[in-house]
Design a protein around this ligand. Structure first.
Ligand SMILES: [Zn+2]
Length: 244
C-alpha cells in the first residue's frame, strides 16, 4: 500500500515537472522548473509547487494576482500519478518497469501538448525516443529491433505518402519508442488499438458535425491510451498471444 502511495507521489511530481514543458515552453533543464506565475511573474513558494495539493490549497488561483490556474496542471499530475499506480499493480519491480513508467509520463505530457497545440516540443519527442533506445540496447534482441523498425516505418511511410498531412513526425518517433520497449507483436497491437480508439472517438463527432473529415485530430492521446491499456492488460494479452 505504502509503495503505491509513493508511486502516486512520484508520478504526480514527474507530471508536474513535465507540465512546465507542455504549458510554459521551457527546455528540459532541472533548474528551469516551473517557478513563476505566468501572468504576474511572482516567484512561487515551494508549497505552491506541490502537485495537486497546491492547486486545491490555492482554490485554482494564483496566490498573488488571483489569475485562474489551468485545470490542465492538476489533471496532468493526477493522470501521471494514477497511471504509475495502475501500471505497477501487475509488475514485479524491475528495470523494464522504470522504463515503461518514464515513457508513460512522457507520453501523457505529450498528449496534453498535442491536445493543446497540435504539436509536441522536440525536447519531449527526443527524450521519449532516447528512453526507448536505451532500453532496447540494454535488452538487445531481435524482437525489440523489429518493433522499433515496424513502429517507426508504419507512420513514417504514411507521412511520406501524405507529405505530412495524415500523421506527424511525433507519431513515428513515439511508435518507434513503443517498438523498442514492447517488441514486434505488441507494437502492432498498440498501433491498431490506437486507431480503434480514435475511430470510436471520432464517429459521434463526425455524425454530430462538430468536426469534419478535414479536421486535424491530435493522435498522440490515442497512442498513449493504447500504450497504457496494453501494459495494464499485459498478462492477459501475452497469454492469449501465445495461443497463436
Ligand atoms: Zn499570478
Amino acid at each position: 500500500m505504502l509503495n503505491y502511495l509513493y508511486l502516486f507521489f512520484i508520478g504526480t511530481f514527474i507530471g508536474s515537472y513535465f507540465s512546465s514543458l507542455v504549458f510554459e515552453d521551457t527546455k528540459l533543464v532541472i533548474t528551469k522548473r516551473r517557478s513563476k506565475c505566468q501572468k504576474c511573474k511572482n516567484n512561487l513558494k515551494s508549497w505552491m509547487l506541490v502537485p495537486v495539493f497546491s492547486y486545491l490549497a490555492l482554490s485554482g488561483r494564483c496566490h498573488y494576482c488571483k489569475e485562474d490556474i489551468s485545470m490542465a496542471y492538476p489533471l496532468l499530475e493526477l493522470i501521471t500519478g494514477a497511471s504509475f499506480v495502475l501500471l505497477s499493480l501487475n509488475y514485479t519491480y524491475d528495470l523494464s518497469q522504470i522504463f515503461i513508467l518514464s515513457t508513460m509520463a512522457l507520453f501523457i505530457a505529450s498528449s496534453f501538448s498535442d491536445q493543446k497545440n497540435l504539436e509536441i516540443s522536440n525536447t519531449l519527442i527526443y527524450s521519449t525516443l532516447t528512453f526507448g533506445l536505451i532500453y532496447m540496447f540494454l535488452n538487445f534482441n531481435s524482437d525489440l529491433i523489429y518493433g522499433f523498425i515496424t513502429g517507426g516505418l508504419f507512420f513514417e511511410i504514411q507521412r511520406y505518402i501524405s507529405k505530412g498531412k495524415w500523421v506527424g513526425q511525433a507519431d513515428a518517433y513515439f511508435a518507434a519508442t513503443i517498438g523498442c520497449l514492447m517488441g514486434f507483436e505488441l507494437t502492432i497491437l498498440t498501433i491498431f488499438l490506437s486507431y480503434w480508439l480514435a475511430t470510436i472517438y471520432v464517429i459521434p463527432k463526425l455524425l454530430s458535425r462538430s468536426i469534419n473529415m478535414k479536421s486535424k485530430l491530435p493522435f498522440i492521446p490515442f497512442l498513449t491510451l493504447s500504450f497504457f491499456l496494453v501494459n495494464f492488460f499485459y498478462d492477459i494479452i501475452v497469454i492469449n498471444l501465445n495461443y497463436f
